[in-house]
Design a protein. Structure first.
Length: 201
């Protein structure tokens, strides 16, 4: 497979390049599901960028959040939850105005009032809202992931009913497919101790 994740050092946004394989992680899901829900994390301050990453404009004219919504919708996801925090009002207003792209109409907004506690707190907020259904987790700073790669991750997760992590040169990337006991573990883990990569080991 020729798609994946690498890091653009100039702006600290992750960019797609070459996923070589998917790693199946247990435990398996408790139920058999036929679909999953997308969870996009956009609660951080984006202090290095000078503006919210969700509002960054791409060459297409879409915001980064709009582009991520487009990709997961084209991959077959029906429900999209977006966790916002530091710039919540600005991001929500931008994407619910008449100027916003129609693809963002599927968004269900989740406000993380504890966003300063870090990314894991946003994951917990999203999981609480979504419940026990499988999740496709996508941080806002991971861009350009091909739709077919997203589809493969979802299909592999649903068919195996297990967590799926895309890898490149032995390192895990995004988006990841989460389900089953993993979601319960995320909710039960104290936020100050929460590390998703450790939970997925």
């Amino acid at each position: 497979m020729k798609s994946g994740l690498c890091q653009n050092e100039s702006n600290r946004v992750l960019v797609s390049s070459c996923v070589r394989e998917f790693v199946t992680k247990v435990p398996r899901c408790m139920k058999n599901y036929e679909t999953c829900t997308a969870l996009i994390l956009a609660a951080g301050a984006s202090s290095r960028m000078g503006q919210p990453k969700a509002l960054l404009k791409l060459s297409s004219g879409r915001t980064l959040l709009e582009d991520q919504c487009r990709r997961v919708l084209e991959a077959g996801v029906e429900n999209i939850y977006v966790v916002v925090g530091c710039h919540a009002d600005r991001i929500v207003n931008e994407h619910t105005s008449t100027r916003a792209h129609e693809r963002t109409k599927e968004i269900i907004w989740v406000v993380n009032k504890n966003w300063e506690s870090g990314r894991f707190s946003s994951i917990q907020c999203g999981v609480k809202k979504i419940g026990d259904a499988p999740i496709l987790l996508l941080p806002i700073d991971v861009v350009d992931v091909p739709v077919d790669i997203i589809q493969q991750i979802i299909n592999e997760g649903l068919s195996s009913q297990s967590n799926i992590v895309p890898t490149f040169e032995g390192k895990g990337g995004h988006p990841v497919f989460l389900c089953g006991e993993t979601l319960k573990t995320i909710l039960e883990t104290p936020v100050e101790e929460g590390r998703l990569n450790e939970i997925l080991r």
